[in-house]
Structure formats: structure tokens, C-alpha cells
Write a protein of this length. Structure first.
Length: 292
């Protein structure tokens, strides 16, 4: 089917207590592994892309790979731009037919974040594209952005309310709730009280960033509270490399490239399927597609 916008299916996920996996693709093989994992489990899926990756491949090639994969699939697939601070890149992705984008103004003072996110909101919604926006500062490393422990900051509840009031049709809202990008050093300290307060007052679906390394209980707790989009990047990127390198170690004399690509794809796909089962989105493709 054609690429779908993510907002309506995320609202369905939130209303029905499951999470939709949002995986950061790297290349065509990685995007194919994500869509194949979702297809095998009949699950809705979000293929998202870090800005560095878009800048490397270009918004058009990525757009056509994922559109082609979506058209051949029977599950709904959204194509989303992750953590972007540059409105020009956002416009390029919209022009190339992407179905949602994230503006990340979290490093700006609140008023400035509100103003710039509002501008991105107007650009995206007038093009029929969903917007994700962030408040607070999610720690860790995502793409070229490094937020050290002392710089990470939980979202302020009153600011969350004011922010979402200005942008009631956000596809998904990303408040910092204590999770972090990258591999966790210890256990993530999630501010469930804050998350619950936010979800009791705001009906926009919530994005759970920093999915790599969270426990099944943590995923379930956050999804039950209203996190409908669950982001996985670091773990997927690691499997992209390990899938290749493990086979190299196992068969150092193998000179044919295809088995490496297949090993890489299988490693990524197995993880996508495990996460979909954990988030409870398996078997939800038709309902999510109807909502979209
Ligand atoms: P991880 O890299 O920790 O999986 O986080 C992904 C993410 O939130 C992307 O925005």
C-alpha cells in the first residue's frame, strides 16, 4: 500500500494500548529488514531516518526505497525524519513524499522552541504531513547530537501543556522522561509520575525515545501510560554492523557478498520482530491501516 501518515495510526495505538516500532534505517537492506519483520508479524511500522543518513543518501532515494517497500507490503508503513533542527531538510523530505517529520528544538529556550516548532508545525500540517516535536532534553547520543548527563533535562509539565495547546494536531509528542539515546550504562530511570501526568492531560500520542536497552517491563509500563511510538536506533545500527562482521569471523574465506547482506538482514529482522511482539503491535496491521 502507499506510505501512510503516522499520526492516525499512533492515535489508534495509544487508544488500544500497544506501541508501534519506529526503527532508524541505514540503507536499503536495513529498511527492507524493518518492513520484512513487520510484514511477517502483520504489524504497522515506522521507518525513520537520522539526519546524517538523509544527508548521505538524499531525501529522494530514501523516499523511493521506502515507498517501493511500502507499496509491496500489506502492512501500513510510515516514513519519518528523526530529530531534525533544520527546516530546509524538513522541507526537502516533505517534497520527496515523506509522511512525517520531527522538528527537534529541545536545545533552545522554551519560547524559541515553541516558536520554531510552531513554524515546522505549519509547514508540515499544510502539506498533510505529521509533525513530532520535543520538549526537555533527552540525554545520550543520537546522530551528531550529544547530550551529556548534566545537560539532559526532564520535560517541564506546564511547558508540555502550553506546547501541545499550540499544536493540537501534533502526530506525536516527545517529552523527555528520563530515557536516553545510545546504550544505557545502568538501568534507565524513567520518570513515570511525569509521564502519567502528561498522558492524563494530553491526548496526543507520546514518543518513547531511547528504546535500545529498555527492559520489557519498562516498555510495557510506558506503552500502558500512552507511549505509542517506540524508537529503536542504536541496537539496530549495531546489528547492521554485527550481522556482517559475525559472518566474516565465522567464514573468513567467503568472498561472495550476498551471504553477508543476507546475514545482516536476518540479524536486523529478528530484532524488529522481537520488539514488535514486545510492543504488542503484531496482528494490528489492518486496524492501524483503517485508522490511517
Ligand atoms: P536509541 O538509539 O537509544 O535506540 O534511541 C532511538 C531514538 O530515540 C531515536 O530518536
Amino acid at each position: 500500500m502507499a506510505l501512510v501518515p503516522m499520526g492516525p495510526m499512533l492515535r489508534h495505538a495509544r487508544a488500544n494500548g500497544y506501541g508501534i516500532a519506529a526503527y532508524n534505517m541505514i540503507d536499503y537492506n536495513s529498511a527492507a529488514s524493518i518492513v520484512a519483520g513487520a510484514s511477517e508479524l502483520n504489524a504497522p511500522i515506522i521507518v525513520q531516518v537520522s539526519v546524517k543518513t538523509v544527508k548521505y543518501w538524499g531525501a529522494k532515494p530514501v523516499g523511493s526505497w521506502v515507498r517501493m517497500l511500502a507499496e509491496d507490503a500489506t502492512v501500513p508503513v510510515a516514513l519519518h525524519l528523526d530529530h531534525c533542527t533544520d527546516l530546509e531538510v524538513i522541507k526537502r523530505c516533505i517534497d520527496a513524499g515523506w509522511t512525517s517529520v520531527m522538528f527537534d528544538g529541545s536545545s533552545l529556550p522554551f519560547e524559541e522552541n515553541l516558536a520554531k516548532s510552531g513554524e515546522a508545525y505549519r509547514i508540515a500540517t499544510s502539506a498533510g504531513v505529521g509533525l513530532e516535536a520535543e520538549i526537555g532534553a533527552i540525554g545520550g547520543v543520537e546522530d551528531d547530537k550529544v547530550v551529556n548527563d548534566d545537560e539532559s533535562r526532564l520535560a517541564d509539565f506546564d511547558e508540555c501543556i502550553a506546547f501541545c495547546k499550540e499544536m493540537p494536531d501534533l502526530a506525536v509528542f516527545a517529552p523527555a522522561i528520563g530515557t536516553a539515546h545510545g546504550f544505557y550504562k545502568g538501568e534507565a530511570k524513567i520518570a513515570y509520575d511525569l509521564l502519567d501526568r502528561i498522558t492524563q492531560s494530553i491526548d496526543i500520542p507520546i514518543a518513547l525515545h531511547g528504546g535500545t536497552g529498555l527492559s520489557t517491563d519498562q516498555f510495557h509500563r510506558c506503552i500502558a501510560s500512552g507511549c505509542a511510538k517506540v524508537n529503536i536506533s542504536t541496537g539496530h545500527k549495531r546489528l547492521f554492523i554485527d550481522g556482517f562482521c559475525d559472518l566474516r569471523e565465522e567464514k573468513p574465506k567467503l568472498g561472495e557478498p550476498l551471504p553477508f547482506i543476507i546475514a545482516q538482514r536476518d540479524a536486523m529482522k529478528a530484532d524488529v520482530m522481537a520488539m514488535i511482539r514486545t510492543f504488542g503491535s503484531d496482528g494490528r496491521a489492518e486496524e492501524a491501516a483503517d485508522a490511517a
